[in-house]
Design a protein around this ligand. Structure first.
Ligand code: GAL
Length: 735
């Protein structure tokens, strides 16, 4: 063998000498090539970024990192948080290595550590023991980690967050692997003969305490470590680092109706009149695809056959208090006035025969933005639904509609990176159009990514599992996003009303009737709805729907104040119970109950049911509907009529409830009654400003502190806002 190795017959001494020379040469090689390359490729630097936030950089920096697109951090608010000089995990012990597909990081995890997050996950809540593939995708099949807003960011129950600053495909193994160790022989192996695939492939391995992260197609990795100490504090820091939570216009929190895609101006107007005549509050009227001459791809030109006088239509609707929201996606049709100018600044692959503008290029953003500004924003269009920014390339191989991974964008971004970023860049550019006029807006968007907390937008989906929708409300807390569990068709009365209730108890209350002729409470079956057949009990269901929408409107001041808090100190408005009760074991995996603001626990009825187990954490709670008092730290089997909404009010709360307005205008004033539950020692704060513009960013706002001394209420206004949004008329003690 040796002879073969050296290629000729040699003596033992010569052989030894040859080996020694080879070893020496190898050392020189190692010194010249390997060691310096170690220094370059394997260097790991740690820096402090903000109070409680650190960055670890390893290897060659990637181009096009998500943090390059983020807003400036709210540094003062971050600095005001508890000083955190020491990261919750040892940063220098995070192990990096180069592997065939890219770079891997290994992060230690304790045996009792739990993980949450990975963006707006759909199918799962507590994420330990899993593989999480981070891909923006509109129709995720299986629980692999894909979502409209899948993010390489998890939050540990030990009070820190790990955010991988990349737009590349990232895979996390959350303490789900067991590494080979030749020195151990003591692992037990099952002797059971298994007789089903479920038994064969069910999880049996006792996984190791490590999170492995692999970023594919890269030579470097950047990690942000975000300290807590609590789950809530991690998310506050993340939201503040992203630029602060969004503060939507108040009307964006009202009810939105989206009319059938093929509607004419007269038909939309009729629906608008219907809401006003019936006193059913409605703020936003959404026009779906058919307002354009062609939508897939988009012309961005009014379809005059359906909307002969778009400006008259818009003004008439505005006159009735509606805010018009136009559906679109960015794929620009060859017959669009924007096509020729934007084509050179677009991807090298088309979608639905349209150009895919590169929103990472100022030229593409300017062409797209100016066109929208002149034709829509200046004409009174209040908002947009930015659709199809995700791609469904993992659903059916023969029906992939989006641009492929191998796409090249002129700015240098490739298809993989752009899919993660597209929704974010798109909404950023569109939000800026409104900022110019000091107007606030609220978008519907179908994808989002890291650092999107400051955008007033809600994510939505074509999927329709009610349980998933509720879980997603819980998961929004770990993503810095708002989520819209929209109402479409239903199976029966209960399914309809319970879904409406879930929309009431969410960021965005929407009936998306893009394929329905009339509101689903008049007919929830799609076929019958489009035939115009009313339900026999349509009037009764309409009254129930109105009652729920009225409840939403009465909660608007409370929800708006929670958003203001989100904006200023990063506290998510909707939070799973584990965030508010982190030491209560029963909340660890609870994905069907959540807090809305400080004081309201929501426990939606799912899948047409009107009875469920509700866990109420420590303290006392009151049924919102009938004031029945429950002792916390217990689970109750709760049943409610369809006219009752599953909300529970925490004891010692002052709940400000408003007389429902039909819509929000710039002269709206809410008449408030404060409900007193228990013996509140702290005031409740309402946020008062001009709810349409951005003057709050220049400190033009006030806080109203409403307190109760056991006998009477007190109101203290502090701040700069000259107008008045609230009139406090009454105080009602709940017995
Ligand atoms: C879908 C979107 C729906 C509706 C439809 C119109 O992709 O999710 O909500 O807008 O497009 O074509």
């Amino acid at each position: 063998m040796v002879q073969k190795f050296v290629g000729t017959v040699i003596s033992k001494n010569t052989l030894l000498l040859t080996i020694a020379i080879k070893k020496f040469m190898l050392k020189i090689c190692l010194f010249v090539f390997f060691i310096p390359s170690c220094l370059i490729v394997h260097a790991q630097t740690i820096s402090t970024v903000e109070n409680g936030i650190w960055k670890i950089a390893y290897g060659q920096p990637e181009k096009m990192l998500p943090d390059q697109f983020k807003a400036a951090a709210k540094t003062a608010a971050l600095a005001a948080m508890t000083a955190e000089n020491t990261p919750a995990i040892s940063l220098s012990e995070i192990k990096f290595s180069k592997i065939a597909s890219g770079i891997m990081a290994e992060i230690d995890a304790a045996d009792d550590e739990r993980f949450y997050g990975f963006g707006l996950q759909i199918n799962s809540f507590e994420q330990r023991g899993m593989r999480r593939d981070i891909r923006i995708n509109s129709w995720p099949v299986g629980n692999v980690g894909f979502s409209h807003a899948s993010m390489p960011f998890y939050i540990s129950s030990k009070g820190y967050g790990v955010l991988i600053n990349t737009c590349r495909y990232t895979t996390f193994y959350t303490a789900s692997l067991k590494k080979m160790d030749v020195t151990t022989t003591g692992d037990t192996v099952s002797t059971e003969i298994k007789l089903s695939t479920a038994a064969l492939y069910g999880k049996t391995n006792l996984a190791e305490g490590k999170v492995n992260v692999v970023v594919a197609g890269t030579d470097g990795m950047e990690i942000y470590i975000i300290n807590g100490p609590t789950l809530l504090n991690v998310m506050q820091r993340y939201n503040l680092f992203s630029g602060g939570g969004s503060l939507p216009p108040l009307w964006g929190l009202g009810f939105q109706y989206r009319a059938k895609a093929s509607s004419t101006a007269d038909q939309v107007q009729k629906i608008g009149d219907y809401f006003r005549e019936k006193n059913i509050p409605c703020d936003v009227m959404g026009l779906e695809a058919g307002w354009q001459t062609n939508a897939y791809s988009s012309s961005f030109v009014w379809n005059k056959a359906n909307f002969p006088q778009p400006e008259n239509f818009t003004q008439r609707m505005i006159g009735q208090g509606y805010k018009i929201n136009l559906w679109e996606h960015a794929y620009t049709a060859p017959n669009s006035p924007m096509y020729k100018p934007i084509a050179p600044y677009s991807a090298d692959y088309k979608v639905w025969n349209g150009a895919v503008p590169d929103f990472n290029l100022p030229q593409a953003s300017a062409i797209f933005g100016n066109y929208h500004d002149e034709n829509f924003v200046q004409k009174g269009i209040a908002a947009f639904k930015l659709d199809e920014s995700d791609g469904a390339d993992y659903k059916e191989a023969h029906a992939e509609w989006s641009y492929p991974d191998l796409t090249q964008f002129p700015s240098g971004i490739d298809g993989i990176q752009m899919r993660q970023l597209y929704g974010t860049l798109y909404q950023q550019m569109m939000h800026d159009l409104y900022k110019k006029y000091n107007r606030r807006t609220f978008f519907d968007v179908r994808s989002s990514y890291l650092f999107s907390s400051p955008f007033s937008s809600a994510l939505y989906s074509d999927m329709y599992s009610h349980a998933d929708y509720v879980r997603m409300v819980c998961n929004t807390a770990f993503s810095g996003l708002s989520w819209s569990p929209e109402l479409r068709e239903s199976k029966n009365d209960a399914d309809l009303i319970r879904r409406i209730q879930t929309t009431v108890m969410s960021s965005h209350m929407v009936a998306n009737c893009w394929y329905l002729n009339m509101p689903p409470w008049l007919q929830f079956d799609t076929d019958k709805n489009v035939k115009g057949e009313l339900l026999p009990n349509a009037t009764e269901l309409e009254q129930l729907a109105k009652k729920m929408i009225d409840i939403r409107m009465s909660l608007l001041p409370y929800i708006y104040a929670a958003y203001a808090k989100y904006h200023f100190d990063g506290t998510p408005v909707f939070r799973p119970l584990v965030m508010d009760y982190p030491n209560d074991k029963r909340t660890f995996k609870m994905d069907d109950e959540y807090m809305m603001g400080e004081s309201i626990l929501c426990a939606p009825f799912i899948d047409s049911s009107s009875v469920r187990n509700v866990y109420l954490p420590a303290g006392n709670w009151y049924d919102f509907n009938n004031n029945k008092k429950y002792q916390g730290d217990s689970t109750y089997k709760i049943s409610m009529g369809l006219d009752e909404i599953p909300m529970f009010i925490k004891e010692n709360t002052i709940l400000p409830l408003a007389k429902p307005l039909q819509f929000i205008s710039d002269s709206s004033v809410f008449d408030i009654t404060c409900k007193i539950y228990g013996h509140p020692s702290a005031p409740v704060n309402l946020f008062e400003d001009n709810t349409f513009n951005n003057d709050f960013e220049k400190a033009n706002y006030s806080w109203l502190a409403l307190s109760w001394n056991g006998k009477k209420g007190k109101l203290v206004r502090s701040g700069n806002y000259k107008g008045k949004l609230y009139r406090v008329n009454g105080w009602e003690v709940i017995k």
